[in-house]
Design a protein around this ligand. Sequence first.
Ligand SMILES: Nc1ncnc2c1ncn2[C@@H]1O[C@H](COP(=O)(O)OP(=O)(O)O)[C@@H](O)[C@H]1O
Ligand SMILES: [Mg+2]
Length: 194
Amino acid sequence: MKFEYPSGATPLDPNEIDGLIPSHISTQSELNEWEANNILKAENWLFSKTSHGNFLTIDFVKLLHKKMFDETWTWAGQFRSTERNIGVQPYKIASDLNDLLEDVRCQIINQSFPFDEIAYRFHHRLVVIHPFPNGNGRHARLMTDLLLAQAGQPRFTWGRQKLESEGPIRKQYISALKKADRHDYSALAEFVRS
Ligand SMILES: Nc1ncnc2c1ncn2[C@@H]1O[C@H](COP(=O)(O)OP(=O)(O)O)[C@@H](O)[C@H]1O
Ligand SMILES: [Mg+2]
């Protein structure tokens, strides 16, 4: 099958495409639907439990990705081993992620920022690390919503539309992330509650 990528998406490499589990999928829209169904199950699992204990750990970050894509990709829950146009070099993923998770734990304890700001900064740093071959945006949005929910805060609304495919809302989201790349979080702050 031929994959189509919206702007701001990271193309898969041939090895990763070989990891597609369902053999009947032959179009992008079939894949999108299959992935969405897989993710829905993960979301139900995620928000049906009142506590996930210490979820700000590498193991949990991987577990959530695994739950989101376990029926779709053989590499679900595994860090990428190849370089991308977005993301740190593969050998730095674990250490950068550890730093991020530790920073966020400290920010929560010290109330370094208003909670929303802790959450959208976390989201941005997580997609900048880009730990997985694919699904980084969807995974980082769910991790961020979990961070909010576990602190008793309402989840972000993320533009109230599917961000997976091309469209004005996705454009707004990617452009807000690009501003955040330049340390200007104003657009992202507004977007996550729009
Ligand atoms: N300039 C950028 N800075 C930070 N994050 C970005 C940037 N461009 C794209 N992203 C993030 O990368 C995601 C795309 O990565 P990908 O692994 O394909 O995720 P998904 O498959 O869930 O869309 C986008 O949804 C967005 O979260
Ligand atoms: Mg993608």
